[in-house]
Write a protein that binds this ligand. Structure first.
Ligand SMILES: [Zn+2]
Length: 240
């Protein structure tokens, strides 16, 4: 039988794919990952079967060196000693095959697919039956290439906002200090004026010169800080 014939029959005789009434619609574009903890002193090496690429023959013909994954159909994950790592949840059963033992009978129809963490389950197999502890689920966002630019722009925007907020709080602190200083200088001037009483104007001016120049400097500093504050985004506007 020729290759064409084999392929032909294979295609003709294909059993249709099973229906998927609950096909996942992931609006957030995430990948479910299971968190595994390796509490042991030894690294755990998991060689999970992912299948040999469909275009293996083409890859070989192209003369490119095949990767270990392409040659073996396995994907290697390593969870170092005393560490936590996430692995796509589709591999859960290959890593640890569990059977639900809950007496309620809730899972008696599908004891190997129990997802209820409150249920008592026994590990009955898998590549890392007793060395890894399942610690829950997380959803890692996946970003398609088309969205990468948007993602980078959003990230840059977030960083800019964070910087602006830091600058703003620095500005606020400086403004508060300057206002306090101005108040102190004005009080000092008022106090000295009272003390000096009816001395002649030039003498009074000489006695108060340092405070008066201080007031001028602080006032212009406050003015500059207020100008800056106007340029910086308001907290309300930057909150998203
Ligand atoms: Zn269960």
């Amino acid at each position: 039988m020729s290759e064409e014939e084999i392929l032909g029959t294979a295609r003709k005789d294909l059993v249709p794919a099973a229906e998927r009434p609950y096909a996942p619609v992931d609006h957030q574009e995430t990948v479910a990952e299971t968190i595994w903890h390796n509490p042991t002193e030894k690294d755990v090496v998991l060689d999970l079967y992912v299948g040999i690429p469909n275009n293996l023959r083409g890859l070989v013909r192209s003369g490119k060196r095949l990767t270990w994954e392409q040659r073996t159909g396995k994907r290697r994950y390593i969870i170092k000693a005393k560490s936590r790592r996430a692995i796509p949840s589709e591999f859960d059963m290959a890593i640890q095959h569990m059977q639900c033992q809950d007496p309620s009978g809730e899972c008696s129809q599908k004891p190997f697919e129990c997802k209820n963490r409150a249920h008592r389950r026994t590990i009955i197999g898998g590549l890392a039956p007793h060395t890894l502890v399942m610690e829950g689920l997380q959803h890692r966002p996946t970003v398609s290439d088309a969205l990468d630019d948007k993602y980078a722009a959003a990230q840059a925007h977030r960083e800019k906002v964070a910087e602006a907020l830091i600058a703003k709080s620095d500005n606020e602190v400086a403004l508060k200090d300057a206002t306090e200083e101005l108040r102190r200088l004005r009080e000092e001037i008022a106090r000295k004026e009272l003390q000096l009483g009816s001395v002649s104007e030039p003498v009074k001016e000489a006695a108060l010169s340092s405070e008066r120049s201080g007031v001028a400097a602080t006032s212009s500093q406050i003015h500059a800080l207020e100008e800056d504050a106007r340029r910086l985004p308001s907290r309300k506007a930057t909150k998203e």
